[in-house]
Write a protein that binds this ligand. Structure first.
Ligand SMILES: CC(C)(COP(=O)(O)OP(=O)(O)OC[C@H]1O[C@@H](n2cnc3c(N)ncnc32)[C@H](O)[C@@H]1OP(=O)(O)O)[C@@H](O)C(=O)NCCC(=O)NCCS
Length: 172
């Protein structure tokens, strides 16, 4: 637990530090086929998910648990990773449990995360790498002022098949 980890609140949401008590929450998300469909990682056991908790704790990442304002309900997680203070850039990511999709949570949270990156971490550039098939995410990125920069065709292998990735970025 890092007492200095920033907490962000809106009228309905609480963005708080991810701690060890979230192991099951993270497993529920990153073992759900609908959540990880376009995602680069997935976990099949609570034990395997501990690797992700170590990743969250690394200083190159700044990820929040996205919860109801009263912290009673866990909706998902979002944040900045591969933070480079030298290059003043980071990658942004977000996932929600399916029952909380379509409620405008991404639209509300992504600007909070990118604003934190620009204002507090003094970044110049925040980028998002989105599987070309992930239409929901691409629609959302465009609506949130992330510029589509390019499509990297067949740039990764996922489940034995090549996938293409769209690069979105926001700069100040
Ligand atoms: C991608 C994801 C985060 C969207 O979150 P969300 O809170 O449901 O998105 P929002 O409700 O804020 O919707 C934002 C925009 O996304 C698009 N969108 C979201 N759900 C959609 C749906 N079911 N059908 C079509 N477009 C959709 C729309 O453009 C929407 O804007 P609008 O409401 O003005 O039409 C969610 O589907 C998810 O967790 N997916 C699995 C993880 C993942 O793929 N993450 C990649 C990072 S984006």
């Amino acid at each position: 637990m890092d007492n200095d980890f920033p907490t962000i609140k809106t009228d309905r949401l609480l963005l708080r530090e991810i701690t060890d008590v979230d192991l099951e929450n993270i497993f529920n998300g990153l073992s759900n086929p609908n959540v990880v469909q376009y995602y680069g990682i997935s976990f099949s056991s609570l034990d395997a998910t501990k690797e992700q908790m170590i990743w969250f704790a690394d200083e190159k990442q700044m990820w929040w648990a996205i919860c109801s304002l009263d912290n009673q309900t866990f909706y998902g997680a979002g944040g900045l990773n591969s933070i480079s203070h030298k290059e003043r850039k980071a990658e942004i990511g977000l996932w929600l449990l399916p029952k909380f999709w379509g409620k405008g949570i991404m639209k509300e949270v992504l600007p909070l995360i990118s604003d934190y990156g620009f204002d507090q971490l003094k970044l110049n550039r925040i980028e998002g790498f989105v599987d070309t098939e992930n239409v929901n995410c691409k629609n959302a990125m465009s609506k949130l002022d992330f510029q589509h920069e390019k499509t990297m065709k067949d740039c990764e292998i996922k489940n034995g098949k090549p996938i293409s990735v769209d690069v979105y970025a926001k700069t100040i």
